[in-house]
Structures are given as C-alpha cells and as structure tokens.
Design a protein around this ligand. Structure first.
Ligand code: ATP
Ligand code: MG
Length: 139
C-alpha cells in the first residue's frame, strides 16, 4: 500500500560541504513537507544498526565509517507518492549516473559520498523513520 511519507538523511559529505540549506530548499521546492528533522553525529553502533540490511555487502565497513565521519541531518518527509518521487529527486546511487538537476548530480562526488539517502519502499520508510524518531516526534 502506498503511503505519503519517506525518510531521508543528508549525509556527512553534503553537511560538511555546506549543502544542507540548498538540499533542504530543493526538497521543499519539490513539494515535500518536513514532518520531523534532527541534526546528529551517529556512533558506529547506530550506523551499523541503520544499515543492518547491507551487512553482507562488500562496502558495509566503508559505508558505516563514512556515515560516522561527521554529522548528518535526518528527516521524515511527506508528499503524495513520497518514496518514488523522492528517489527521482535525488537521482541514481552513483552521481555519475544521476540525471541533470537531481540532488546527487548537483551535490555528490562519488557512489559512497552521495549526499543523501532516500528510502526504497514504504515499508522501509516507516522502519527508518522509526529508527531515528520517537512516536511523538514523528506524529
Ligand atoms: P541510499 O540507501 O543511501 O538512499 P541507494 O538506495 O541508492 O542509496 P543502496 O544500494 O541502498 O543505494 O546502498 C546504500 C548506500 O551504500 C549508497 O547510498 C552508497 O552510499 C553506498 N553504496 C552502494 N553501493 C556501493 C558501492 N558499490 N560501493 C560503495 N558504496 C556503495
Ligand atoms: Mg538504499
């Protein structure tokens, strides 16, 4: 069942490069509403927990280290068809393959340091939002 929420993180590369404001502007301009947002520096255990689904992948260690390398901004976003529309807005995982005008094309440098995360399904959007925000924060 389609829901109207997705979950995002502005990753350490984009926060460190000063793109937080520009990325939030792009998200709002695309019609998303912010339902919850926090600025946080993940511990290794917290990043491992978030990316547990990728624990068997070859790049898991690098991914976790990267996500702990500086602060991030995590948010729950609302819009009709949120998951699919947000993944269109951010573009392909590898910014080299991302379409012109997408967030990863504009602000990302590599497949690892790719500026933003976007949930890949309604189910994962809910799981991921619940990982970062308590019930009252994501009301
Ligand atoms: P995200 O989940 O961050 O929105 P995605 O869904 O496009 O990205 P996934 O396959 O879920 O991509 O991979 C999660 C993250 O792991 C990617 O965003 C990227 O930072 C990193 N990653 C994916 N593939 C590779 C790879 N081949 N080498 C290094 N890092 C990778
Ligand atoms: Mg993913």
């Amino acid at each position: 069942m389609a829901t109207n929420r997705t979950f995002t993180m502005i990753k350490p590369d984009a926060v460190g490069n000063g793109y937080t404001g520009k990325i939030i502007d792009d998200i709002l301009a695309a019609g998303f509403t912010i339902k919850a947002m926090k600025y946080i520096h993940l511990t290794k255990a917290q990043a491992e927990g978030f990316y547990a689904v990728h624990s068997e992948r070859s790049f898991f260690g690098e991914l976790v280290d990267f996500m702990c390398s500086g602060p991030i901004v995590a948010a729950i976003l609302e819009k009709e068809n949120a998951v699919e529309d947000f993944r269109k807005l951010i573009g392909a995982t590898n910014p080299a393959n991302a379409e012109e005008g997408t967030i990863r094309k504009k602000y990302a440098k590599s497949i690892e340091a790719n500026a933003v995360h976007g949930s890949d399904s309604d189910e994962n959007a809910e799981i991921e939002g619940n990982y970062y925000f308590s019930a009252i924060e994501r009301f």
